[in-house]
Design a protein around this ligand. Structure first.
Ligand code: IPM
Ligand code: MN
Length: 360
């Protein structure tokens, strides 16, 4: 198979972890007889430094011309980096949001799995962590508060800021359909998360999700409020299978769910449109405090590459090979600093990448 992959390493730890993901993809290509052609692109802070804007037309065009996008992370320290002195629409995050929108990536899949080997790194009490969990957060990615109208202005002498949470029924329906489709391939349970006791957008969300659910009689649907869900994630995460929710709720809940797996450094994500095309990136951020030290955990990036093979290229065996190699390395006791526990062998970012590639 011949495929074109756009590679956006980005800022902070992005370049280090994506380098390891490409190392693993190269091993897959050699072993299974594929050819992956990579085009490196700038986006985020590094693009601001080079082109004075976080996302160029060129980057969008090359992504659109590729079969998939592999990304690291973007952004810097919001209190010290000069990028955050720029107007909001020229900051690193604006580039990522514009890219998601330009590529129509409305469905963000964030699997949160507690690997048995990493139970010691789990922040939950042992009686909770020993039950294990395997949930998939399906976050709506191109609507809601992130893309509604916003403004900051003086009204009657008082500075006033407005953000708008808007969803139409079509936006809700297409993400709900994705959630039910994915649930059919998993444990057939969907938890739809909203704030229907307060928000109109949530009441419409609930209505449309119920309509979609009628088409999937085998799937159990439950509705839950976002505040209560935040609590349930730390109380009893094993109850969740697929969780579907709007953009902002999904942003917050996915960091929470990722952390209880032991580390944000473990969690991949896939952002998909209606086609096979997707953008794959770790759920965690650019971690500027540890950038350039070769100590970041590349597993989230490596598992993102595995999701890329699975969802965009339909290469299930190859994707499994990566996941199994990750499990094997963890079972052998290798850990980066963020997931280190007693009796394990601590390795650097590049060593972890090499260990995983070797086991494919
Ligand atoms: C994420 C990130 C982004 C988001 C930021 C960097 C804009 O936190 O992918 O979760 O809020 O979507
Ligand atoms: Mn986030």
């Amino acid at each position: 198979m011949q495929k074109k992959i756009a590679v956006i390493k980005g800022d902070g730890i992005g370049p280090e972890i994506v380098t390891e993901a490409v190392k693993v993809l190269d091993k897959i290509a050699a072993k299974f007889g594929h050819t992956f052609r990579y085009t490196e692109l700038l986006m985020g802070g590094c693009s601001i430094d080079a082109y004075k804007e976080p996302l160029t037309e060129e980057t969008i065009a090359v992504c659109m011309d590729s079969d998939a996008v592999l990304m690291g992370s973007i952004g810097g320290d919001t209190t010290t980096s000069p990028w955050y002195k720029l107007p909001a629409h020229l900051r690193p995050e604006a580039g990522l949001l514009a890219l998601r929108k330009a590529l129509g990536l409305f469905a963000n899949l964030r699997p949160c799995v507690l690997y048995p080997e990493l139970r010691a790194a789990c922040t939950l009490r042992e009686d909770i962590s020993e039950k294990g969990f395997d949930m998939l957060i399906m976050r709506e990615l191109t609507g809601g508060l992130y893309f509604g109208e916003r403004s900051t202005k003086e009204i009657d002498g008082v500075m006033t800021a407005v953000d708008t949470l808007k969803y139409d029924e079509n936006e809700i329906r297409r993400i709900a359909v994705k959630a039910f489709e994915v649930a059919m391939k998993r444990r057939k349970k969907v938890t739809s998360v909203d704030k229907a006791n307060v928000l109109d957008s949530s009441r419409l969300w609930r209505k449309v999700v119920n309509e979609v659910a009628a088409e999937y009689p085998e799937v159990t649907l439950e509705h839950a409020l976002v505040d209560s869900t935040a609590m349930q994630i730390v109380r009893n995460p094993s109850q969740f299978d697929v969780m579907v929710t709007e953009n902002m709720f999904g942003d917050i809940l996915s960091d929470e769910a990722a952390m209880v797996t032991g580390s944000l450094g473990m969690l991949p994500s896939a952002s998909l449109n209606e086609t096979k095309f997707g953008l794959y990136e770790p759920s965690g951020g650019s971690a500027p405090d540890i950038a350039g030290k070769n100590i970041a955990n590349p597993i989230a990036a490596i598992l993102s590459a595995s999701m890329l093979l699975r969802y965009s290229f339909d290469l299930q065996e190859e994707a499994d090979a990566i996941e199994n190699a990750v499990k094997q390395v963890l079972a052998e006791g290798y850990r980066t600093g963020d997931i280190m526990s007693e009796g394990c062998k601590q390795v650097k970012c590049d060593e972890m990448g090499t260990l995983i590639a070797e086991r494919i």
